[in-house]
Design a protein around this ligand. Structure first.
Ligand code: NCD
Ligand code: ZN
Ligand code: ZN
Length: 343
């Protein structure tokens, strides 16, 4: 099947030597990507975003035409001026809310939403979307409930307070999040990852613990996986592709205290195609992968195309990443679809 070249609306490229691996892996398939700002230290200003963008561009394969769309990391101190500078600079397409301590490199995240009200008000003026890692961090809330509790306690009230704010609930994992996004206004959307469509917590925990399925928000029970498949393949323009491809080295994943994140850039579109194929909804893949995200962000749709064929393609056991290696999603198994390159 041939479809408009897709974009990835949630991606971690990291920094330094690993860019040599992560940037070409995404540029092979995707035209643009919303690049997450959770570096160490985080990307918090327009100047930092511009220099990070240059470091990424230095690794774009010649002729790929890949464009990174930069984001800023919101902190308690993000000021209206910082937001205005980001908007005026032209490299920044959104700002990301990490509740402090919720996920990888989120220690500088927002402690209470009131602290970012001035920044949010300026984002509305500039029409810059708020991207949300939607999980509470309260120690008394079970890890499997953290997304739903975040919606009830924080996101619903925030959207009521700022009905004009554009919000993307990132990497949704529950039937609750899917219903919340469906029932909210047109300015509320969500990204969905390949791992949350293909897997549930049994895949991670039955028959031995499998650290390469561990990401945040954590995989939930199969009824939630089914709700996400339904949302992604529904044809609703509120749900679009965001891989959350988040590489961590083999050693940091296979550890007594392993990092959260799945590396899916290798084969991401092929994995989504498998989900849509199994759901009998291949005709809806193009909207999800290539149209709705661009429309939501107010970007022109891509004009190039990519072609996929229903043919098995092996995924390597590991891939080089800087001085180390990364274990990709589906390592050592087959993708059911193959991307034909060049188109
Ligand atoms: N998803 C993850 O499990 N990890 C991401 C952070 C994030 O997107 O929350 C990472 O940066 O490693
Ligand atoms: Zn996240
Ligand atoms: Zn992420």
């Amino acid at each position: 099947m041939t479809l408009t070249r897709p974009d990835d609306f949630h991606l971690h490229l990291r920094d330094g030597a690993v860019l040599a691996a992560t940037v070409p892996a995404t540029a092979r398939t995707f035209s643009r990507a919303i690049v997450m700002p959770n570096l160490k230290p985080p990307v918090t200003t327009a100047a930092q975003a511009a220099s990070y963008k240059e470091r990424i561009m230095a690794h774009c394969p010649a002729g790929s035409g890949f464009t990174p769309l930069m984001t800023l990391y919101l902190t308690d101190k993000t000021s209206p001026d910082t937001v205005r500078e980001a908007w005026a600079g032209g490299d920044v397409y959104a700002l990301k809310l990490y509740p402090a301590g919720a996920t990888t490199n989120s220690d500088d995240g927002v402690t209470t939403l009131e602290k970012i009200y001035p920044a949010l008000e300026t984002m509305i003026e500039c029409n810059l979307p708020l991207l949300v890692h939607g999980e509470v961090t309260d120690s008394d809330i079970d890890i499997f409930d953290r997304e739903k509790v975040f919606i009830d306690r924080h996101l619903q009230p925030l959207i009521q307070r700022y009905p004009e704010l554009k919000v993307v609930m990132e990497h949704i994992t529950t039937a609750d999040a899917s219903a919340f996004v469906s029932e909210s206004g047109a300015n509320v959307a969500a990204t969905i990852t390949p791992q949350h469509l293909l897997y549930n917590r049994n895949h991670m925990l039955v028959g031995g613990i499998k650290p390469h399925y561990y990401c945040l928000p954590i995989l939930k029970r199969n009824i939630h996986q089914a709700a996400l498949i339904k949302a992604a393949t529904s044809g609703s323009s509120k749900f679009f592709l965001g891989t959350d491809s988040a590489p961590h080295t083999k050693e940091t994943k296979e550890s007594a205290c392993g990092c959260a994140g799945c590396y899916s850039a290798f084969g991401a579109l092929e994995l989504y195609a498998e989900v849509f194929d199994q759901a009998g909804a291949l005709d809806r893949l193009e909207g999800f992968a290539s149209h709705y995200g661009a429309d939501f962000y107010g970007l022109p749709r891509n004009t190039e195309t990519v072609t996929l064929k229903r043919e098995a393609c092996p995924v390597p056991e590991s891939l080089p990443m800087g001085d180390s290696k990364v274990i990709p999603l589906r390592a050592g198994e087959d993708l059911q679809w193959t991307l034909c390159t060049p188109n």
